[in-house]
Design a protein around this ligand. Structure first.
Ligand code: PEP
Ligand code: MN
Length: 338
């Protein structure tokens, strides 16, 4: 339910309504707009049949929230959210380009990659320390040692870092190192994990599940928001279809659909969508043209010898060349890369 306060409602009146709603067992989410304040009230709306909130001073009207994703949807919050990562924004005019290897493999290679993607214009560094691999025999990541390398790379390059957490038991550890915590496609509906990262104050990069509908994806965001963390960046990374010539099928329509349904920013991962570095440029440009707020791209200094996802990783020189091409597409749609 949305309680719309009148234009001239006082701070005291807003507080009184919020307190009353909390007393009735609702979770409240006030949004202070330029003209009006609205209070999102999440809870059992049948209670409102017994109490008349509309007669409270300062209240203009009560509007139901029709969609199941109450906090991530546009009904409660109409203005787009801009996520701040220590001064780098996602959801503003400027596109955020996140780049780096699939996994952190060694200190030397990670720092070399970091310096190269920074020079090419990437604003955030990526690198997995805990890797969700399809085979238990594949490289699983350097785990805490990887996080330490990540911290060192941040110190040297000044770049903010995004890394994945795959287990509730590691959330605190990962949050103590990362600037942005990634929830991977395979864990999009790991509700305990979503709740746990929702208790942290770090921005969350929430990837779309392998076969998740947009509604299921927004409901996953809802779990994180319900736990108290509203700093979410959605990431389209390709979905499972019958097509086998690419690793996944990029869902470009997800960009305008998410923009209509949600206030959260959305970025695109063309690397995991394509599974082949040759298609990364084209998919990235399509994503920018369709209104994505950024990209997350795998870059490796020696793709043939990468411990994971080599075939889809760009060499730093190719990434640099593409960054210049991205700038052209971005300016055609009123955005910029840097
Ligand atoms: C990744 O970003 O390295 C990754 C595992 O991605 P996804 O969860 O989208 O497969
Ligand atoms: Mn990968």
């Amino acid at each position: 339910m949305i309680v719309v306060m009148s234009r001239n409602a006082t701070k005291q009146e807003i507080d009184n309504v919020e307190n009353k709603l909390q007393e009735l067992g609702f979770k409240t989410h006030p949004i202070f707009g330029e003209v009006k304040t609205v209070i999102g009230a999440i809870g059992d709306k049948r209670i409102l049949n017994t109490v008349n909130i509309t007669t409270m001073p300062g209240v203009e009207s009560l509007v139901p929230i029709m969609k199941p994703y109450k906090l991530s949807g546009r009904e409660l919050k109409q203005t787009p959210s801009v996520i701040d990562i220590g001064g780098i924004t996602v959801g503003s005019r400027e596109l955020a380009v996140i780049a780096g290897p699939c996994a952190i493999e060694s200190e030397e290679s990670f720092i070399e990659t970091a310096l190269k993607v920074k020079e090419a214009g990437a604003s955030i560094l990526r690198g997995g320390a805990f890797k969700p691999r399809s085979s238990p025999y594949s490289f699983q990541g350097l785990q805490e040692d990887g996080l330490k390398i990540m911290a060192k790379a941040r110190e040297i390059t000044g770049m903010k870092i995004v890394t994945e957490v795959v287990d509730t038991r590691d959330v605190e550890l990962v949050a103590s190192y990362a600037d942005v915590i990634q929830i991977g496609a395979r864990n999009m509906q790991n509700f305990r994990l979503l709740h746990e990262v929702g208790l942290t104050s770090k921005p969350i990069l929430l990837k779309r599940g392998l076969a998740a509908t947009i509604e299921e994806w927004l409901m996953a965001a809802e779990y994180i928001m319900d736990a108290g963390n509203e700093n979410i960046i959605l990431c389209e990374r390709g979905i499972r279809t019958y097509e086998t010539s690419t690793r996944n099928t990029i869902d470009i329509s997800a960009i305008p659909v998410v923009k209509e349904l949600s206030h959260l920013p959305i970025i695109v991962d063309p690397s995991h969508a394509a599974g082949n570095w040759k298609y990364v440029g084209a998919l990235s440009k399509a994503a920018i043209a369709a209104g994505a707020d950024g990209l997350i791209i795998e870059v490796h200094i020696d793709p043939p010898n990468a411990l994971s996802d080599g075939p889809q990783s760009l060499r730093p020189s190719k990434f640099k060349q593409l960054m210049e091409e991205f700038q052209l597409v971005a300016s055609a749609v009123g955005r910029s890369v840097r």
